[in-house]
Design a protein around this ligand. Structure first.
Ligand code: ROI
Length: 161
């Protein structure tokens, strides 16, 4: 069985554009998976503490035969291979975040994994790149992505490629 998963990418340390591009390359060669699509890169103002750099964000679409937790393990391996560093505890800067945003139409409540990603419905840096590659998407709670995007402040994000 294959699933469609949407992955959020984010970085604001150690050459964030290169971090995100390298992560997209790693997703291209991810086992048991195929990278179907990737958004442009976006520069976004930090959500959370403001005394940190802007982020580079993107969203990728995968088809995968990995179960959700196996996909999470694979994404964490990519984060670790790219020398993930986190500074501070909550919402501090990071070299690379790879988040499972959606996995088919599944709702997952697992100690290690919540899908849909808990903050995605309010985050322009997730919704705008996602809408670029999946404008017709409807979330598992039946909310059309286009409704969320229509009601979003977009002054904190800029497409850069
Ligand atoms: N802010 C932006 N703009 N982009 C992110 O990817 C991001 N990731 C985070 C927090 C710290 C919440 N802020 C962010 O984890």
């Amino acid at each position: 069985m294959t699933a469609i998963a949407y992955i959020g990418l984010g970085s604001n340390l150690s050459d964030p554009i290169a971090q995100v591009n390298n992560a997209l390359q790693a997703l291209e060669t991810l086992h048991d998976s195929k990278l179907l699509n990737a958004s442009a890169l976006y520069r976004s103002a930090p959500m959370g503490p403001q005394d940190q750099n802007d982020y580079i964000n993107a969203v990728a679409e995968l088809s995968t035969s990995l179960a959700p937790i196996d996909l999470l393990d694979a994404l964490q391996a990519i984060e670790n291979e790219q020398g993930r560093v986190r500074i501070g505890e909550r919402w501090g800067p990071r070299t690379l975040d790879l988040d499972i945003l959606l996995y088919n139409n599944k709702i997952i409540e697992h100690p290690r994994l919540t899908v849909p990603h808990y903050g995605m419905k309010e985050r322009s840096f997730v919704l705008i790149p996602l809408a670029e590659i999946a404008p017709e998407l409807v979330l598992p709670d039946n909310t059309p992505l286009s409704d969320l995007v229509a009601n979003l402040a977009k002054d904190d994000i800029e497409r850069i490629t």
